[in-house]
Design a protein around this ligand. Structure first.
Ligand SMILES: [Zn+2]
Length: 1151
């Protein structure tokens, strides 16, 4: 009973925290004054009133959040009390640690809790240890000479599994469809025939994009054969993703979505479940992928492209097989058994053993007379009675050498290569010759070897059998395998940025898909509820939309392929991918338009679907796959135009919504209440110093409840009534001619040498008057850091016979980075207004803008940085943006892995410059003991911190040559490319927590929220200016924001079990509970709350939405992974556990 007291203290503490945060919020609001304009325009009174109204609304939300926090606490207390009582009085005090850390929310768990056994490996330690000297290892060039006595297998024979595979890229040198027509369908057709001929033959297959396409082409008889081969274990589907995904540039939303798409397809058509992962070609490996695989129910996995020096070290330590653990996980829950292939490649010369010249002789596809041959000039021989002994012993020697690198006598030997096994002849050559060798081994027991064809599962089953027999466990490993080098100083850090236009388009589709999934699921649920009998609105094209969603999922999934989002495909293939992304975005817009249409109608009977004339139009329109989105100008009049804004995030947010209008005076009101919104009119710049006389930007502050659709009315206002931005222009030497008749413009301000400065109530910045580039930041707290923005060029190597940068490789010139300079000084344009102020620097190759929002809440705490880059005039150059700060970060910095987690990096002088670049999908930061500087990004790029306090990102690269990795071309299809960031400086207390030499760090809650807003901007739709417009009302599905550490990753309608390509009533509810930084957590006046418990009540979180059934499932929602629905869970409150850092998947029906 001694637990009661801490419980009471906990409740009291959290209640006090809630009250204090409320009080603090009030205080901040009262003290909050926007930077006011010098004059008070007529609209200002309205604006002030509206601001007051907004504050009151915000307080209401805050109150509701705090009420909910207290309610949740009470619920979970009751729940806990019940569970102790049933457990017999709670005698085991150490079994539940939640109470001992009552003040620490679970998401900011301290790293000291995480300990590995003595056998734990931390990749960062390995990097510190290795000399990276690349000595010649002999036959195994990057390794060492492997010795054995010959009697090692006398007790336990060598057990070899030869695993036939065919690596099919869904697009690379040819498009996905071309490869399918020319190669893949023949491979799969022949597989059916050849596996059928002999039950000992096996094959694995990874890419479900191809497999499902082929499935559509084959008849029922062949489908039955496929099912039989799967059942017999002759054919195994490995990983089961739509593609073999890139693990550097991909976002975890897309990584998981392509895995769900593949697994759902497999379940529906084949009824099997993948158990082993196979990733032999992605250019480096991420633990985020392993987390998803484990969550999807996989137990084992194989990886291949790891730095050659790391492979050698692991081979020497016999740690090529390990339990891969998440850096942040204190339990073995996320562990997955991983096999790292030891040699250079996944082709046959590098898989049978250390000697490629020998192994190549056992690739019977290269028998003399064929199209491929062995570059080592010793061809394979067909196995005959005469040579079988000599051949078998030669091969056995390689097997035995390879086996010495592993702890068990079980050996994995992949047999395959890119697009292998196309022709029947190749199947026969490999299978018959190997069978003769295997038979020879069988006939000679004194060799102590058993070899056979196998699948990955066959191999891992034997491995686990041996391990458990020997009572052995594998070492654990934490960390990731970036940056990959396959030989010499050839680091694959170029592809982190290659084709940045498409890396950005990838995120646009991702955000559009997530928004469409959520809105579509909510629409169907609302319709069923509205009609009462589970029916949908008669006219609503639910099936068509579901097909569009499926198409969007599959386009995004295909683009996660390791030659797609990486930017390493041929030009026409890139256009093919781009076209798919572009069409999917257009298709998803239709889903958004008609879902919003139905949801917003006051009178649902007025709903009418007209494909050719949707009621709502998107505000942002893309005209082609290689064009940036453009805004459609709105014609204003006295009659209100309706704007519909969808907030795709689970948080109440204050956002600035921008539209282009045809008048310099406009007024925006919230349609429901009629209250005016703070707004500002800015120029549309046709040229850097020439404003359009016909088009104007209207920016207004929107208060958007979570997942809501809010309607605004825009009207033309009387001249001079709207607040217009004021501009100042600077250019050294020659003052620009400015044309901007509707705006107040001055040539310069203040003293000639004084820096430019902007501020809001949170932060003040200073920028250079000459370049407009940022120099310094100061927070309201007094924290000051220099942050100088610079631009740089990298060139490539010039000496003859040296490889140069290409799509994959970054091989910068010996001179390193050169500061960007231009013959002409830049034009600097400063804009000031009540909603935001910004400084724009117009250089020849890029336009750079830093914007400060004058907003309450988190949007005002960071700087928005945007770049518009055009390097099409350049030859062999890469443009980078560098921040040079006074943050004392030493050689350490952090980058995210797939936006799922943060990974510590160390810049090492022993490595070449290009090795110190890492992938950044959405975040990186530098920190010292009192501050942290985070760069949050809306697209993937290469990032480095080459000197203390510095952080740089590569924006675009234009390279004229191939870099000898098979692509056969340079990267010269550059486009006008946009990139977007938020820069956040924060106070920090307390140092990092070390785990085995690496600190485990998370973003702060503020950084999480900023990143969420950046990656999921509000979506604006426009209604016609028709007086016959039906009455619309806002759609507000949630009473309040989700806790700020809980992210609604997706709400994905599942396919109907009976009716193909139709939506079911079930949704996949995917929640990700973020880990966050402890050193800044408790004192932030955020608008959302966070709970001190891992238990949450789902009904309460999503109130007033109700879930009819909620079953926790695996991450890919396979039915066999569903937890049984317990009786207790039938009735609300529906308490479930959301662990920090973890993604939880539920199969649910919305009532
Ligand atoms: Zn590949």
């Amino acid at each position: 009973m001694k637990r009661r007291r801490p419980l009471a203290v906990l409740v009291g503490g959290v209640f006090c925290l809630a009250v204090m945060s409320l009080y603090r919020m009030l205080e901040v609001m009262q003290g909050a004054e926007l930077q006011q304009g010098r004059e008070t325009p007529a609209g200002q009174v309205d604006v002030d009133l509206s601001r007051l109204q907004q504050k009151i609304d915000k307080l209401e939300h805050l109150l509701s959040d705090n009420n909910r926090l207290v309610a949740t606490l009470r619920d979970s207390l009751l729940h806990r009390k019940a569970s102790w009582e049933t457990a017999g009085g709670g005698g085991n005090a150490s079994s539940d640690s939640a109470h001992s850390r009552a003040e620490t929310p679970p998401g900011c768990r301290l790293a000291k809790e995480m300990k590995d056994g003595t056998d734990g490996v931390q990749l960062l330690d390995v990097y510190n240890l290795l000399p990276f000297d690349n000595p010649d290892g002999g036959a195994w060039k990057q390794g060492f000479e492997i010795r054995y006595q010959g009697d090692e297998w006398d007790e336990q024979p060598l057990e070899v599994f030869l695993v036939p595979h065919s690596h099919n890229d869904p697009g690379w040198l040819k498009t996905f469809d071309r490869y399918y027509q020319d190669q893949t369908r023949h491979i799969l057709n022949n597989m059916l025939i050849k596996l059928n001929e002999d039950s000992r033959r096996k094959m694995i297959w990874a890419e479900i994009s191809y497999f499902s396409k082929w499935w559509n082409d084959i008849d029922e008889q062949k489908r039955a054969m496929v099912r039989r081969l799967l059942k017999a274990g002759q054919l195994e589907l490995v990983t089961g993703g739509w593609v073999m995904a890139d693990e550097a540039n991909s976002h975890y939303f897309a990584l998981l979505d392509q895995l769900i798409e593949g697994h759902q397809w497999i379940q529906r058509h084949l009824g099997v479940k993948p158990s082993s992962g196979w990733a032999v070609d992605p250019f480096g490996h991420s633990p985020s992928m392993t987390y998803l695989l484990k969550g999807a129910g996989l137990q084992d996995m194989v990886i291949q492209r790891v730095h050659y020096a790391v492979k050698k070290h692991f081979a020497q330590q016999q740690t090529l097989e390990f339990l891969w653990r998440q850096s942040w996980d204190s339990s073995p829950r996320s562990d997955i058994t991983c096999h790292m292939m030891p040699f250079y490649s996944y082709d046959v010369p590098h898989t049978c053993g250390p000697h490629p010249a020998v192994c190549c002789q056992f690739d019977f596809h290269r028998l003399p007379g064929g199209r491929v041959f062995c570059p080592w000039r010793i061809p394979p021989q067909p196995i005959t009675e005469q040579n079988v002994q000599e051949r078998a012993l030669l091969l056995l020697d390689q097997y035995r050498q390879k086996s010495r690198l592993f702890r068990s006598p079980v050996l994995l030997v992949p047999l395959g290569d890119d697009f292998r096994f196309t022709e029947a002849r190749e199947w026969d050559a490999q299978f018959t010759n190997y069978q003769k060798l295997f038979d020879y081994f069988d006939q000679h027991p004194e060799l102590h070897v058993k070899a056979r064809f196998g699948t990955l599962s066959d191999y891992f089953k034997a491995l686990h059998g041996h391990l458990s027999e020997a009572g052995a466990t594998l070492p654990t490993l934490r960390g990731d395998f970036f940056t990959y080098a396959d030989r010499d100083d050839h680091y694959w850090s170029g592809f982190y940025t290659s084709r940045p236009f498409y890396k950005r388009l990838d995120r646009t589709l991702e955000a559009t898909l997530r928004a469409s999934e959520i809105l579509f699921s909510l629409t169907l649920a609302e319709m069923r509820r509205f009609h009462g009998d589970g029916r949908l609105a008669a006219d609503f094209p639910a099936r068509e939309h579901f097909r569009r969603l499926t198409d969007g999922r599959r386009s995004l999934a295909l683009f996660q392929h390791h030659d797609a989002v990486t930017g390493t495909a041929r030009d026409p293939v890139v256009v093919d991918y781009g076209t798919r992304l572009f069409h999917s975005i257009l298709n998803l817009h239709r889903v958004l338009q008609s879902s919003a249409h139905w949801l917003l109608l006051l009178d649902k009977s007025e709903y009418h679907h007209d494909q050719s004339k949707p009621l709502l139009q998107m505000d942002d329109v893309m005209s082609a796959q290689d064009a940036l989105p453009q805004k459609t100008p709105l014609t204003l009049s006295d009659e209100p135009r309706s704007l519909i804004v969808f907030n795709p995030t689970e948080q109440l947010r204050t956002s600035v919504v921008s539209v282009v209008v045809d008048a310099p005076d406009a007024r925006v009101v919230e349609a429901e209440t009629g209250r005016p919104m703070a707004a500002q009119i800015s120029a549309v710049w046709a040229e850097p110093s020439r404003a359009s006389a016909e088009a104007f930007q209207l920016h207004f502050v929107a208060e958007l409840p979570p997942l809501s659709l809010v309607v605004y009315h825009v009207t033309k206002a009387s001249p001079g009534s709207a607040y217009r931005a004021q501009y100042t222009f600077h250019r050294r030497g020659n003052a620009p001619t400015v044309q901007a008749e509707h705006f107040q413009v001055s040539r310069s301000e203040g003293q000639a040498d004084a820096p430019l400065s902007l501020s809001n109530k949170h932060v003040q910045i200073w920028s250079s008057l000459e370049s407009g580039l940022l120099q310094k930041l100061r927070l309201q707290s007094g924290l000051v850091r220099e942050v100088q923005v610079q631009f740089l060029w990298y060139g490539t190597r010039t000496r003859a016979n040296r490889d140069r940068s290409g799509a994959y490789l970054f091989l910068p010139g010996e001179e390193g980075a050169q500061l960007y300079s231009s013959s002409e000084p830049p034009l600097v344009r400063v804009s000031r207004g009540p909603v935001f102020s910004d400084i724009t620097s117009c250089f020849r190759h890029f336009t750079h803008r830093v914007r400060l929002f004058h907003l309450d809440g988190h949007a005002g705490k960071s700087l928005e940085i945007s770049n518009m880059v055009d390097i099409r005039s350049e030859v062999n150059r890469e443009l980078a943006m560098r921040l040079v700060s006074s943050v004392a970060s030493g050689n350490r910095f952090h980058t995210d892995l797939n936006s799922f987690q943060m990974q510590q990096r160390q810049t090492l002088a022993k490595l070449p410059l290009q090795a110190n670049f890492y992938p950044m999908s959405s975040a990186s930061f530098l920190q010292d003991s009192t501050s942290r500087l985070s760069l949050l990004s809306a697209q993937s790029q290469a990032v480095a911190s080459l000197r203390p306090g510095e952080l740089e990102v590569v924006l675009d690269r234009r390279l004229q040559q191939d870099d000898n990795r098979g692509l056969g071309q340079g990267v010269t299809d550059n486009k006008l490319t946009a990139s977007l960031y938020h820069l956040l400086l924060e106070d920090r207390r307390g140092g990092a927590q070390e785990v085995g030499g690496a600190s485990v760090e998370h973003l702060s809650l503020l950084a999480h929220l900023t990143s969420l807003s950046l990656c999921h901007p509000p979506i604006t739709m426009v209604a016609p200016s028709d007086s016959q417009l039906p009455k619309l009302r806002p759609f507000l599905p949630l009473r309040s924001s989700l806790p700020c550490d809980i992210h609604l990753l997706n709400l994905r309608t599942l396919e109907d079990a009976q009716e193909a390509e139709a939506p079911s009533q079930e949704v996949a509810l995917l929640l990700h509970r973020k880990g966050f930084d402890c050193s800044s957590a408790p004192e932030l006046p955020l608008q959302c709350t966070w709970s001190a418990h891992e238990e949450v009540d789902l009904d309460d979180l999503f109130s007033p939405l109700r879930f009819r059934s909620v079953r926790r499932s695996g991450l890919t929602l396979l039915r066999e992974d569903d937890e049984p629905e317990s009786a207790q869970q039938q009735q609300p409150p529906r308490i479930t556990r959301l662990r920090p850092m973890e993604i939880s998947a539920f199969r649910a029906e919305i009532d």
